[in-house]
Design a protein around this ligand. Structure first.
Ligand SMILES: O=c1[nH]c(=O)c2[nH]c(=O)[nH]c2[nH]1
Length: 298
């Protein structure tokens, strides 16, 4: 059977580039999913195993990170044009470079704190029997990010520990939180909607306003603030993935003056730390079966 090489293209898909602008105390965030593709004469790589014309997809990824710093991300269009032109220049065999960008929108909740737009699904679980009734309110997929005021240091080390101490890292999570009400009275002072709105506001402001020595400490602070703010709550439970953002190492790049001062990160999707904690009012009434069948908590 005879055959020949038809259409082909190659590139790096879904590089998760997070660019923080931290020239002033009011930080900006650009959160991108970047895919690059080169098209051109790459026949030798396919038919003869010859990579001489191939700009590695790894290089394309590195260029996506470097350009987030060198060019910046005013808009995804502007960034994508600069990146595509660079890739085309860097790869003589390429006839076209295509760059596709998805940009995730964040809303500001503090000078260096953000909540992902469109996140935050409100939840309610009620359990009713002849002699008891329980109400759990909550929120899930509430994606929060602090660009500073987060460290992780002084942890236990053994022969497998390689993690560097972090003085100033990004702290991000996709929070699941549920809180148990002490009453189901129709005549309660606050209505459910007002209680939920206030709870969400407390969670956001506490996340934004708390210096974090670990996600564990942040969750404890958020739970405490929620119980302090609303007498009618008995306890709160959190499940919080630690959405790691790793500083991209620019030092191997051969570009004069290219430094990364906490400005360009790769957002890793897995594995992730999973931090879960319950904060309980001292005199909380028993939970009974309120949590029975509610997944995802310790
Ligand atoms: O806030 C954190 N808590 C941890 O328990 C932990 N473990 C880790 O590797 N990084 C972090 N960050």
């Amino acid at each position: 059977m005879t055959h020949h090489l038809g259409a082909n293209q190659y590139g790096k898909a879904e590089t998760r580039v997070v660019r923080i602008v931290r020239d002033s105390p009011v930080h900006e965030i650009r959160d991108l999913n970047v895919s690059t593709t080169l098209r051109g004469d790459f026949a030798a790589a396919h038919v003869a195993g010859d990579q001489a014309a191939v700009l590695p997809t790894d290089t394309q990824k590195n260029t996506a990170f470097a350009y987030a710093k060198l060019h910046g991300v005013d808009s995804p269009e502007d960034y994508a044009l600069a990146l595509a032109r660079r890739l085309l220049d860097a790869c003589p065999a390429a006839r076209q470079a295509q760059v596709r960008v998805e940009q995730y929108a964040w809303d500001r909740i503090g000078d260096h704190s953000f909540v992902r737009r469109g996140g935050g699904v409100r939840t309610a679980v009620v359990t009713v029997g002849p002699d008891e009734a329980h109400v759990l309110s909550g929120v899930e997929d509430l994606v929060l990010l602090n660009t500073t005021d987060s460290e992780f240091k002084g942890f236990l080390r053994d022969e497998f520990t390689t993690l560097a101490e972090a003085d100033d890292r990004i702290l991000a999570t996709a929070l699941v939180a549920r809180w148990r009400h002490t009453t189901t009275d129709a005549g309660r002072e606050t209505d459910w909607n007002a209680s939920y709105d206030a709870a969400l506001a407390t969670l956001l402001s506490t996340f934004a306003g708390t210096y974090s020595r670990a996600l564990q400490e942040t969750l404890h602070a958020m739970g405490g603030a929620l119980l302090d703010a609303q007498d009618g709550l008995a306890e709160v439970r959190f499940s919080a993935p630690n959405k790691h953002h790793f500083l991209v190492d620019f030092s191997p790049f051969r570009v004069d003056g290219l430094t990364n001062e906490g400005e360009v990160f790769v957002a890793a999707d897995r594995p992730y730390g999973l931090i879960e904690a319950q904060v309980v009012r001292d005199d909380a009434p028993p939970a009974g079966d309120a949590w029975l069948g509610v997944p995802g908590f310790c």
